[in-house]
Design a protein around this ligand. Sequence first.
Ligand code: BG6
Length: 290
Amino acid sequence: MPVNTTDSKVVLTHPNGSSVEILLYGATIISWKAPSKLDAGPPAERLYTSAKAFLDGSKPVRGGIPVVFPFFGPVTRPEHAQLSQHGFARNEVWKFDSVVLDSEAGVSVRLVFEPSAAVQAKFAAPFKLSYVITLAAHQLTSHLHVDNPSETNTFTFQALLHTYIRANVALSTVTPLKGLTYINKLKPGFPEEVEEREAVDVREPADYVYKSAPGEYEVSWGGGLAIEIKASGFNDVVIWNPGKESGQKMSDLEDGGWDLFICVEPGAASYWIDLPPGKSWDGQQVLTVI
Ligand code: BG6
């Protein structure tokens, strides 16, 4: 069976050997193994999950693909006052809903999140979330769907897929970001700057929110394209890596972990989405191994 569910996890497998592991905690994808299209090598891990990440539901996972919702970064709005950084979707338990597709082409499942009483006590606005994760031979798609069930109120939110791409930081770059305006979160006052680099690396700490981003990114290393990322519904992309000094202070990041990933995070991070009553919104990310 290509879909295996337990109380805490869903594992999808594909006949070509690729697989994806999803924790119900946060609907966090913690592993995606896929073979390269270019050689006959075995499936390799394509995401980074820290060896010190908490996988027991006590803390958001340091790695994989955490779901950031209903806001990005620290709290800035009064209705979020009782919530923590990046919102609650990544630290609440989601429910397995259904197998959406099970065929030669791929295998796909839907997880849903309906706010618990504890969440609703801290956050009054009603909403529904569903997340469809699809594994194909060389591809992983994650599709977030937000519903506003209210008959009267607009639902205002941000959302982002905090994707930790496994990469040798010394050799890896992300393109094409040249010419985009970005919010530099490393500088006081978060000034806006324009990216001048042809290819962006994270050999120095990076925390940049690129606005009006193209929705198609390439992570390359060793002289060639390695992973392609296509996003829709998300106008920003965040590039993040804490570097050694800040990384060493993170209790859930292993020593040297900062050398092993680039976060490429498609999202609505610099702006808010206003979802009218009764309407829904979709954001999607497709990762392809080359
Ligand atoms: C990034 C933010 O998306 O996530 C950073 O831009 C933040 O500012 C990083 O430090 C990690 O956040 P957290 O809450 O998972 O430690």
